[in-house]
Design a protein around this ligand. Structure first.
Ligand code: A3D
Length: 319
């Protein structure tokens, strides 16, 4: 990108999350947007529809929809949403073999056409899909990250706000671990108006436990309501916040699936940890003190992610 060019954002998969991502990126004026899908007409139709909002929204972004990978050439940020979503009764892990085939194809093309991009993976099962992308692409660990923790933390914040009646803006929350039912919401590091959640007036341990449980099952709650697919607005908003922090070098801290080389005692594993996102992508993992029960929960979550990694090996996607 030279100093007069807008950043180029490519969204792979023009479904529910992909379409919303393209619209959000355009509304924020983050750059020019390429929407890719294998279904003919779908990305072109959505891109054109969003383009037709730009005069009203006063946006100077260009948008194209395409079925041709060449159009993602030299993208600065790539967001991968390609894959099938859950239906009621399915776990995220049930998507592994179908979505791994799709991810393998996407990774080869991103490597070929946009070798210097920063890549945010959304497809499920998240921690395994981002690991597969990392292995196939060979990209440096700061260029590859998975969106999940920011969404789980946002759900946690929304539920705390519903319980306390306090503005979501005064609430921060912390969720670690894999993006599955073993994720680890941390009440001790979650705050309402600067007060740690367990010390907030009226916040009993029963209430905290029920908010934590609702957070863990937050994705499933929406799948059960929608019946035909999974959540898309909040996942798109979450990936957009990561994209903006990278493009505008904001250096925000989000929990996200990041590659571990010894951090928290994990190696060769993507798992949800707090990290800094800026102009150099995933710039730094932040290591915090965990209590023994918290570390134990994180280890359990890491073991669940490890077993998905093993499944990828058994299915011959990686060696
Ligand atoms: P959906 O609306 O079905 O969109 C997926 C799109 O991927 C469709 O338009 C497909 O045509 C397209 N696609 C399929 N195969 C390919 C391919 N080979 N190359 C390019 N595109 C392809 O799903 P969605 O947008 O609701 O969800 C997308 C993914 O995100 C799913 O795997 C979900 O499980 C996952 N998801 C993750 C989170 C996280 O927090 C990590 C949250 C919600 C959904």
């Amino acid at each position: 990108m030279n100093m007069f060019q807008k950043p180029k954002i490519a969204v792979i998969g023009a479904g529910m999350i992909g379409g919303n991502l393209a619209y959000m990126a355009a509304k924020k004026g983050l750059g020019d947007i390429v929407l890719f899908d294998i279904v003919e007409g779908l990305p072109q139709g959505k891109a054109l529809d969003i383009l037709e909002t730009t005069p009203i929204e006063k946006i100077n972004s260009n948008l194209i929809g395409t079925n041709n990978y060449e159009d993602i050439k030299d993208a600065d940020v790539i967001i991968i949403t390609a894959g099938i979503p859950r239906k009621p009764g399915m776990s995220r892990d049930d998507l592994l073999s179908t979505n791994a085939k799709i991810m393998a194809q996407v990774a080869e093309n991103v490597k070929r056409y946009a070798p210097n991009s920063y890549v945010i993976v959304i497809s499920n099962p998240l921690d395994a899909m981002v690991y597969l992308f990392y292995k196939i692409s060979g990209f440096h660990k700061n260029r590859v990250m998975g969106m999940a923790g920011i969404l789980d933390a946002s759900r946690f914040r929304a539920f705390i706000a519903l319980e306390t009646g306090i503005s979501v803006e005064s609430i921060s929350a912390f969720v670690l671990g894999g993006h599955g039912d073993s994720m680890v919401p941390l009440p001790r590091y979650s705050y309402v108006g600067g007060v740690p959640l367990p010390h907030f007036p009226g916040m009993t341990s029963e209430k905290i436990e029920s908010i934590v449980e609702r957070t863990r099952k937050g994705g499933g709650e929406i799948v059960a309501l929608l019946k035909t697919g999974s959540a898309f607005y909040a996942p798109a908003a979450s990936a957009m916040a990561m994209t903006e922090s990278i493009i505008r070098d904001q250096k925000k801290v989000f929990p996200a699936a990041v590659y571990c080389e010894g951090e928290y005692g994990y190696n060769d594993l993507f798992i949800g940890l707090p990290a800094v996102f800026g102009g150099n992508g995933m710039e730094k993992i932040i290591e915090i003190e965990l209590e023994p029960n918290e570390k134990e929960a994180l280890d359990k979550s890491a073991a669940a992610v490890e077993s998905l990694k093993e499944n990828l090996k058994t299915l011959n996607f990686i060696t």
